[in-house]
Design a protein around this ligand. Structure first.
Ligand SMILES: *Cc1c(COP(=O)(O)O)cnc(C)c1O
Length: 393
């Protein structure tokens, strides 16, 4: 059976560093900052890129390489690099491809820190941006400029759960010779494979579902070799490397990604269905609910609807705050993609740096609660949300 014939689950488990002379079954941790040269000639050749091999763990390490190789197999990518966090991946991907005078076209609904890079940091070095709305595809075409160098999107978006048609946008980008970058953090390669739909680079915060147990930060950039070369050069000389220890954790976590995502999605769908039409709620958002305006696109582009459910409580900010203080089982935390179910109030935390008007534009009203549905028994999660809604009246 060649690697090309293997299924997702098999690749996630069997892509690993070959066993050492010790014949270990589970890959060991290579906690070493550097590697030893055989001789002067090998040292020269390694630095001249004439031969492949490890030199220094800021450039490569068996544990980070295993993680990258695994993610490349799962995303269908030619090449990739790992980074210390998801934001390091977002920043390296953007900064390695852009220079002063360039313009970025981005989906409006972005992770809070990605928004800060585009609106606060890049203007300092002469890089401009425009935002386009997921709900108005016709508008994207007119927002391209002569100096647009790349397009960056998140789908489904955090926390609004807006979708963008990757195949459609990739065709638009290809016609203009501009690469499309997709933050695939919410879906993971198990639910959505942007490269197969025409995207050029996929960005991950491995901190979320790839780790899956809320233990470590990590990130990755995966995709077309020529673009990854730029990112690798940038990362090698600026240093946002993933530690071997975190790479070791993440690679082992991904062994269970498929079974975890199946359960996250089943629990999230059950919770979304249970609370649909609940009298305390203005809205329940979930990509695979018939009420989601992009349900058809979600079903075409994603294998399942993901692990995030959004509730908008009647009573706005005050009720949302009472709800957060009333949950007992669920954790109140900014993370997501954990085995433990988590409630987050984006407008006062992860997206608090946006103005009120910007939040409303990306679909974050003050009463919006994001639930990252975990792997506890879903009836217990539902019961806790139910009692918290009741007590927040
Ligand atoms: C969390 C997150 C990031 C940032 O990842 P970190 O690992 O926290 O740096 C980027 N994009 C999305 C969609 C996220 O949810």
């Amino acid at each position: 059976m060649s690697a090309d014939e293997r299924h997702f689950e098999t690749e996630a488990i069997r892509t690993q560093v070959p066993a050492s002379a010790e014949r270990e079954h589970s890959v060991p941790l290579y906690l070493t900052s550097s590697f030893v040269f055989d001789d002067a000639e090998q040292a020269r050749a390694l630095f001249a890129d004439e031969v492949a091999g490890n030199i220094y763990s800021r450039y490569s390490n068996p544990n980070t390489d295993e993680l990258v190789r695994k993610l490349c197999r799962l995303e269908g990518a030619e090449d990739g690099i790992a980074t210390a966090s998801g934001m390091a991946a977002v920043y390296v991907a953007l900064a390695s491809l852009l220079q002063a005078g360039d313009h970025v076209l981005a989906g409006r609904a972005l992770f809070g820190s990605t928004h800060q890079i585009l609106t606060r940091l890049f203007p300092r070095i002469g890089i401009s941006h425009s935002y386009a709305d997921a709900a108005i595809p016709e508008a994207w075409e007119s927002l391209f400029r002569a100096n647009t160098r790349l397009v960056f999107i998140e789908t489904p978006s955090n926390p609004g759960l807006d979708l963008i048609d990757i195949e459609w946008l990739a065709a638009l980008c290809r016609a203009r010779g501009v690469p499309l970058l997709v933050d695939n953090c919410f879906a993971t390669p198990y639910l959505q494979r942007p490269i197969a739909l025409g995207a050029d680079l996929v960005i991950h915060s491995a901190t979320k579902y790839l780790d899956g147990q809320g233990r470590t930060l990590g990130g990755a950039i995966l995709g077309r070799k020529a673009l990854i070369e730029e990112a690798r050069f940038f990362a090698r000389h600026t240093g946002p490397a993933l530690s071997p220890f975190n790479a070791w954790i993440l690679s082992k976590s991904i062994e269970t990604l498929a079974v975890r995502m199946d359960r996250h999605c089943a629990n999230a769908l059950a919770l979304a269905e249970h609370f649909s039409g609940h009298p305390a709620l203005k809205e329940v958002r979930y990509p695979f609910l018939p009420a989601h305006p992009q349900q058809a696109l979600a079903r075409r582009q994603m294998r399942q609807g993901g692990g995030i459910v959004v509730l908008v409580v009647k009573g706005g900010l005050e009720r949302a705050r009472r709800f957060l203080d009333a949950v007992e089982l669920l954790s109140h935390s900014p993370n997501l993609g954990d085995t433990r179910s988590i409630v987050t109030h984006p407008s006062s935390t992860t997206h608090s740096k946006l103005t009120e008007a910007e939040r409303l534009q990306v679909g974050i009203p003050p009463g919006l609660i994001r639930i990252s549905v975990g792997l506890e028994h879903v009836d217990d999660v539902i019961r806790d949300v139910e009692q918290a809604l009741e007590r927040s009246r």
